[in-house]
Ligand binder design. Sequence first.
Ligand SMILES: *Cc1c(COP(=O)(O)O)cnc(C)c1O
Length: 220
Amino acid sequence: MLADNYYKILENIDAAVKRSGRDPRVVQLIAVTKYVGIPEIKEAVKLGIKDFGENRVQEAAEKVEKFPDLSWHFIGHLQSNKAKDVLPCYSMVHSLDRLSLAEALQRCGDRFDLKADVLVQVNTSGEESKFGLAPEELPGFLEKIKPFERLQVRGLMTMAPFYHDPEAVRPFFRELRRLRDQYSSSDYELEHLSMGMTNDYVVAIEEGATIIRVGSALFD
Ligand SMILES: *Cc1c(COP(=O)(O)O)cnc(C)c1O
């Protein structure tokens, strides 16, 4: 069933990319494994999936340790004191949303002599339950973290609110793309837009997502 789900998603990605006249190679699928365990990850690896996402440090630790050669993406809210557990084993942090976390990642980068690929999380919907900077805070934040040479800001991430009709979230994805276009500069080439989950990844791709994060549609 995972295989069927996977191929169906690939088809949907392909169709969405074609519809919007984009290059199919630019959309990266992250398999979100927070609801599943080691056996499902093994199955996904057999299908050729290489990029995985987790949103909780503790719950993910065993999986990440078991498959150190996979590319792990940290997609959840990250406490600053956990940065040290994430930086060495994840290839990207999607949820940089405050200065104290940037400072923690910078310190860990120094300690492990590593650079951290990060995305800045923006709360494009303004929903109170969502983490992320308000859109108007983004330029000031990018300016403040410029001296943090351990951080490599690769783009932006957002989580849309849940609506049964995925069309309803299109404006939030469009807003993230607008911010990317507005604030990309010689200092920050914001190439990535991490947006779109099970319910809305097709709309996200139409709006320019380069990374989609899909859990339920793959593993259910
Ligand atoms: C759980 C989660 C996903 C995947 O959600 P699905 O709806 O199961 O595809 C994507 N992004 C984040 C940040 C998540 O926490």
